[in-house]
Design a protein around this ligand. Structure first.
Ligand code: NAP
Length: 334
């Protein structure tokens, strides 16, 4: 397959630390350009990755005819406008999560995709992560019986006022930043949509962002999923899938290691304290390399995008309902 020529807009931490290094490992990706509002600052990043072209305006990168696909790691409030602009400039778009701030906003990208014929995909790397794919396979095979409950803890501590996560007016807060993962993986694992949600949200008095939330999602038929997410608690990431005959746990549920093997734990519950658990170990992988490769294959028509825009809109609809429930202090229909 001819490698896809990539550019990215915004000298973002996630790009520098994870996504671009992941792309660089792949023969299917050729990263050739970076655009930044501050090209002087971005020079170091471009040099580090051996990227030839640096643009001082995002629009200039979009106008480069050599670039086929654009990766968008901008603050959340800019995702939809930049994705639309890039697609209209003739580029395929891999856009960071959350795709939008609301389901209605996300929906507008469906029209853009249909009008331009370009792929627009939310960068939910969990959807092609081997740990999550294996967990879903085990659930679908009945390995842990009937699955009735799903739960995540996903927390970290970041109270830096300069960080985009702590800026309410540009889409900061825990639900957008990390709550989107339990929502999407619950839907992915359970293969269903929540019917209603209830949430309790605590906001930071200075930032106005949601810094802690507890959420319950009712999938109907006695199936429940929940999560606790926070931007101001000690680092922790654990997802648990509970069935009638056992449970599956991902103890590093989002930031899979890239330099050592990842695992999942399967336990039939016959002994407490993990004494009856088995660990499955995966050969070393980089979930961002896989994400970029799957997207590149979609660009070449070798597969459908891993995450459809319709799926992203459905995910955003759950986030909308969670925000509504925090305000109404009642169950909200999705
Ligand atoms: N998939 C994942 O694993 C993952 C992990 C972390 C974050 N993310 C997502 O990636 C995105 C970026 O997160 P990040 O932590 O990397 O953010 P970041 O380091 O603050 O980068 C955002 C970049 O956007 C550009 N930008 C344009 N307008 C801006 C504005 N008004 N304020 C601040 N920056 C602005 C800046 O680049 P220039 O100045 O160079 O133009 C900035 O470097 C978010 O959507 C986040 O949800 C995804």
């Amino acid at each position: 397959m001819e490698p896809v020529k990539w550019g990215w807009v915004g000298d973002a931490h996630i790009a520098r630390a994870h996504v671009i290094p992941g792309m660089m490992k792949s023969d299917l990706c050729n990263v050739i350009a970076l655009a930044s509002r501050n090209p002087e600052k971005a020079k170091g990043t471009a040099e580090k990755f051996g990227v030839e072209k640096i643009y001082g305006a995002y629009e200039d990168l979009l106008a480069d005819p050599e670039i086929e696909a654009v990766y968008v790691p901008l603050p959340n409030h800019l995702h939809v406008s930049m994705a639309a602009q890039a697609a209209r400039a003739g580029k395929h778009v891999l856009c960071e999560k959350p795709l939008a701030l609301t389901a209605d906003e996300a929906k507008t990208l469906i029209a853009v995709r249909d009008e331009t014929g370009k792929i627009i995909q939310e960068a939910f790397m969990v959807h092609s992560n081997p740990q999550w794919l294996r967990a879903r396979e085990l659930v679908q095979s009945g390995a842990i019986g009937e699955v009735k409950a799903f739960h995540w803890y996903f927390t970290y501590f970041n109270d830096d006022p300069e960080n985009v996560r702590n800026m309410a007016d540009i889409g900061g807060g825990a639900l957008y930043d990390i709550g989107c993962y339990p929502v999407t993986t619950a839907r992915f694992i359970l293969g269903a949509e929540p019917k209603r949600v209830v949430s309790l949200m605590d906001r930071d008095p200075k930032f106005g962002t949601d810094r802690l939330e507890s959420v319950m999602m009712d999938f109907g038929n006695g199936v429940q999923a929940g999560f606790i997410t926070s931007t101001q608690l000690a680092d922790h990431q654990r997802a648990t899938i509970l069935g009638t005959k056992g449970r599956i746990e991902l103890t590093v549920a989002c930031n899979s290691f890239v330099d050592r093997p990842n695992t999942i734990l399967i336990d039939d519950g016959s002994e407490l304290g993990n004494l009856s658990s088995k660990t499955e170990t995966f050969p070393i992988f980089d979930q961002y390399t896989i994400e970029a490769e799957e997207f590149s294959k979609a660009v070449r028509g070798e597969r459908q995008p891993v995450t459809s825009l319709e799926d992203s809109v459905a995910n955003m609809a759950v986030l909308d309902a969670i925000f509504n429930s925090a305000q109404s202090e009642a169950w909200e229909t999705v």
